[in-house]
Write a protein that binds this ligand. Structure first.
Ligand code: DX5
Ligand code: ZN
Length: 235
């Protein structure tokens, strides 16, 4: 399986102290930083855009991968801006371009073409392409994208998108298991409600990248929290 990675979600950081918060995560052993981008349309929240990504990149340089998770209705419109800002990974909501994934195991052809074009644009702009499945999105829908060689990462949401601090949905564990079984070498990332008591289930199911926001930034000892997550992935 691919390397274990911790990706703290800066959504739960102190935005007035973002650079020191990010550096604390890196010093604690986090290899990636998860950036939750919300546009007020796809979900009812407004968070982070390209200027913040640019400043964050300037602050951390190459010491962390900027793992950008776009919960936006028009991901295609943001590819170039995020690439220019220094995003390393651009993960979009599959249902934003292919809503049929919410009601079917197969994406309809015209939506599939839209997803492929988006992923080609992401890779053409020099970023890695991630595809995110919200809880209602069927895992099988990623197959044609993986077969086309367009997928660098699959992000499995274990909460409904929109906010940090929600409870992990254990009913998503079989989805992670199915994806790991289908794609032994793929980066499979889990996002939502990850903490000491839930990370084991996600890791055991096959996730090799874990996002954690409120658990990491709410901990009295951030370094110990990152180490706990790392140990669960290494177990
Ligand atoms: C949910 C976001 C998550 C969230 C995770 O829409 O994609 O990344 O910030 O936060 P916690 O770890 O607090 O559930
Ligand atoms: Zn996220």
């Amino acid at each position: 399986a691919p390397a274990a990675v911790i990706s703290p979600s800066i959504l739960s950081a102190d935005f007035a102290n973002l650079a020191p918060e990010a550096k604390k995560c890196i010093q604690a052993g986090a290899q990636w930083l998860h950036v939750d981008v919300m546009d007020g349309h796809y979900v009812h929240n407004l968070t982070i855009g390209p200027p913040v990504v640019k400043s964050l990149k300037a602050a951390v340089g190459t010491s962390a991968v900027l793992d950008c998770h776009l919960m936006v209705t028009e991901p295609t419109e943001w590819v170039d801006d995020f690439a220019k800002a220094g995003a390393d990974i651009f993960t979009f909501q599959l249902d934003a371009v292919a809503p049929s994934c919410l009601t079917s195991e197969t994406v309809i052809p015209e939506e599939l073409e839209k997803a492929k074009a988006l992923m080609k644009a992401i890779k053409g702009a020099g970023m890695k392409a991630g595809v995110c499945l919200r809880p209602k999105a069927a895992a099988a829908c990623v197959a044609p994208l993986v077969e086309a060689g367009l997928v660098d990462l699959i992000l499995v949401l274990t909460v409904e998108p929109g906010f940090g601090g929600q409870a992990f949905m254990p009913e998503m564990v079989p989805k992670i298991e199915a994806l790991r079984k289908a794609y032994p070498d793929m980066d499979i990332e889990v996002d939502g409600g990850i903490k000491d008591s839930t990370v084991g289930a996600a890791a055991k199911a096959g996730a090799n990248v874990v996002v954690a926001g409120s658990y990491v930034f709410g901990a009295s000892d951030l370094k110990a929290a990152v180490s706990t997550l790392q140990a669960a992935l290494d177990a």
